[in-house]
Design a binder for this molecule. Sequence first.
Ligand code: H2B
Length: 96
Amino acid sequence: MVERLSELDRDEALDDLPDWDWDEGRDAISRRFVFADFSEAFGFMTRVALLAEKADHHPEWSNVWNRVDIVLTTHDAGGLSARDIAMAEAIDALVE
Ligand SMILES: C[C@H](O)[C@H](O)[C@H]1CNC2=NC(N)=NC(=O)C2=N1
């Protein structure tokens, strides 16, 4: 069972994820991705979906044409966990 990150661990992890915002109310992190067009956005979503299935850790997300909004939190833990940090790092690596 994965646990929620402590405040200290969270602050440390978020220092290395400057493009992600922490939502205190939800204990979640979010990031908006903007692409050239829908095709680029959906290609990205496909790659994220494959990562998510492999990790058995799934984003909450929405897509409007070239925009993809992703929220990561761990439902099983009731907040942000190391699984979200790992997923955010893997997602960032796709767009680097
Ligand atoms: C049974 C299965 O392992 C769980 O429901 C997994 C699947 N994907 C998940 N995704 C996310 N974001 N949080 C979870 O707690 C979670 N749990």
